[in-house]
Design a protein. Structure first.
Length: 653
């Protein structure tokens, strides 16, 4: 292991919007001596909020990198967005972190986004510290917050501090290690067999020994230490910084090993052009190196390696295992690309699922080409936008998470590109799945020269299973290169089903296939596959699937009856409600399509006193009376002669 990577940590700061993430980051930078004066989110002077819209709205929409040194340790800190509309940015940052700090407001407690992030951190087994912030605010409540944390997040979250006072009287927190707190030892013993035996036998265990066990358990993501503070006043921030260095793992990696890194973010810089943020797991890269992009199977030369800090950046010339930097010069690179070898790269957690699609409308007709280009650039930075450009219809469609994302997109197009773009009403993204099992067949033998015969067996799969494809055809009947072409084209062919939506949760098996020694052209199977698949779908029929949200609603008791009635009208299902004082808590599931505007309605019904938290809970079959069709891009492969002509023209062109 190289010396340099031992001294490096990559830590993400995560939270629900408004829990105080950016304020905490500012105080960390201030305490470490990185900045001389404190910025503020509310007055728009926070170092990590560099976009205009972030300053105006007082929210972070892009993950911001900064770094500092504390007690001899170099830390790359990533301040991530807290709003659910920017979950894709959080998701991309997550996979490159060695550790995380999750901030929870002492007033609001665990919120919807907190749970979503927590589940992702657990899925990736990322060691995590909890910082309960805003202890000085009116309404801060330690018991309620701890109850919510243990109920909705994990019983393995263990306080390493006790708070001194609360609200106006909050003075900070005392370290439970310093005074050998018995409850802390008990919490550790309950979760560790060896410690439990020693504890029950009445052995006196050296506090240093207890502490070492705690460190090991935190690094294995078995327990999660919790700290109290008020970042706005700088209280408790240095304790969290100490904990980062003491409990969170350092980045591992060998600077001499073969290169292995991942691109997790792309930005455009006015002077440097395209900057790819790279987390390096193994090896080193230097200015002017030629780097192999494993995902796209191409090599590109890098011009500069820059350390970015809020709005500033400097050329550092070299990036080594364990570190993160912005790499310039790679023009083809995309988010998620693996550089060098893929072996050392961890899994990713899929959190963000865009459930809405909107059409973009340009105000000035002459700007149409520029809008297309700008939207494609923005899609590079956030691939989940999945921009669909229908050239024949002169239409642009994008996928979004919610209304704030649309506001940000409008703002970005105006500020960065000088383009006036309006977005239509969001509509729900449906999917399709086969209604039953059956066959699809195509004999593509006219107009010559061509020859491709395929027979598919299609059957429904379990919900959430995606696509399972296999081929059971002898290679003398259908050469391996043609079989590979079919395998590559099947997922493309399923992008648009009978109603124009993506077809999911199915098994497709190639059970018959034939090529011709003289007449087959290599691209014949690229033409034939969509026709065979669509023939199969039209034989078996498809069912529409709609996205479902899980929700938790808290409303004043007097509105309970009205709200439950609304839920039934929205085709929602829910558990019997529970009462907490004069508030009613209702948990259940509701379709996205019927509940799009409900948060606004609930706000006006309860005069802002009711809250609803929702998270995506998968796709389910729609009731038969729900109809939703999407305009198809290109010619439908069911119209075979027209389709063959259009594809041949495209392939030749």
């Amino acid at each position: 292991m190289s010396n340099r990577s031992k001294q490096q940590q990559n830590v993400g700061i995560f939270a629900h919007v408004d829990a105080g993430k950016t304020t905490t980051t500012e105080h960390i930078l201030y305490e470490s001596g990185r900045i001389r004066s404190l910025g503020s989110v509310d007055s728009g002077t926070a170092l990590t909020d560099s976009m205009d819209i972030e300053r105006e709205r007082g929210i972070s929409v892009r993950a911001a990198m900064t770094s500092f040194k504390w007690k001899g340790q170099a830390v790359n800190l990533v301040d991530t967005p807290g709003h659910v509309d920017f979950l894709s940015e959080v998701e991309r940052s997550l996979r490159v972190m060695d550790g995380a700090v999750l901030i929870i407001s002492a007033v609001e407690g665990v919120q919807a986004q907190t749970e979503v992030i927590w589940n992702a951190l657990r899925k990736l087994r990322i060691p995590t510290l909890i910082f309960v912030n805003k202890m000085d605010r009116i309404g801060a409540n330690v018991e309620a917050v701890m109850e919510g944390i243990h109920k909705y997040l994990s019983p393995d979250i263990v306080p390493f501090q006790a708070s001194i006072g609360i609200e106006h009287d909050f003075q900070g927190a005392e370290d439970l290690w310093a005074n050998g707190d018995e409850s802390l030892y008990e919490s550790l013993a309950e979760r560790n067999e060896e410690l439990l035996q020693r504890y029950l036998n009445g052995e006196t265990v050296d506090p240093i020994d207890w502490k070492q066990h705690a460190v090991d358990m935190i690094k294995r993501a078995e327990i999660f230490p919790l700290f109290f503070g008020a970042a706005g006043k700088g209280i408790g921030v240095t304790a969290v910084m100490d904990a980062m260095v003491e409990y969170l793992p350092a980045a591992h990696g060998d600077a001499e090993a073969p290169l292995s890194g991942i691109v997790f973010k792309i930005e455009r810089d006015k002077t440097m052009g395209r900057m790819a943020y790279v987390r390096l797991y193994e090896g080193s890269m230097r200015n002017r190196d030629v780097i192999y992009n494993h995902t796209q199977q191409l090599a590109e030369k890098i011009t500069q390696i820059r350390k970015v800090d809020g709005g500033r950046s400097e050329d550092i010339g070299v990036l080594q295992a364990g570190d993160i930097a912005a790499v310039c010069g790679m023009t083809q690179v995309r988010i998620g690309d693996v550089l060098g070898q893929p072996d050392a790269i961890p899994d990713e957690a899929r959190l963000a699922v865009p459930l809405l699609t909107v059409q973009a409308h340009w105000v000035n007709e002459a700007e149409y080409p520029k809008v297309v280009q700008a939207m494609q650039e923005l899609s590079d930075e956030d691939p989940l936008l999945d921009v669909q450009w229908m050239q024949d219809e002169r239409e642009l469609h994008v996928k979004v998470m919610g209304p704030i994302q649309l506001e940000i997109l409008t703002n970005l197009l105006a500020n960065r590109y000088g383009l006036q773009v309006k977005f239509g009403q969001p509509s729900v993204i449906y999917k399709e799945t086969p209604a039953q099992a059956g066959e699809g067949f195509i004999a593509y033998t006219m107009p010559k020269p061509c020859w491709a015969i395929l027979r598919f067996w299609i059957e429904p799969g379990p919900r959430g299973s995606g696509l399972h494809y296999e081929a059971d055809v002898r290679t003398e009947k259908l050469l391996l290169q043609y079989q590979n072409e079919v395998a590559r084209r099947v997922p493309e062919a399923l992008q648009q089903g009978l109603y124009g939506w993506e077809v999911v949760d199915l098994k497709v098996k190639l059970i018959e296939g034939e090529h011709h020694v003289w007449h087959t052209h290599p691209l014949d199977f690229a033409v034939a596959t969509p026709m065979g698949i669509m023939d199969g779908l039209s034989n078996v029929g498809t069912q529409l699937l709609e996205p479902i949200l899980q929700f938790r609603m808290v409303v004043p008791e007097e509105f309970g009856g009205r709200v439950m009635n609304d839920l039934i009208l929205m085709r929602g299902t829910f558990e019997p409600p529970s009462l907490h004082g004069d508030r009613m808590v209702i948990e259940g599931r509701v379709p996205v399509a019927t509940s799009l505007d409900y948060p606004m309605e609930l706000g006006s019904l309860t005069k802002g006193r009711g809250t609803i938290a929702t998270f995506f809970d998968g796709y389910e079959v729609c009731p038969p009376d729900v109809k939703a069709e999407r305009q198809r891009r290109g010619v439908n492969p069911l119209d075979q002669s027209k389709y063959i002509l259009s594809v041949r023209k495209a392939l030749q062109g």
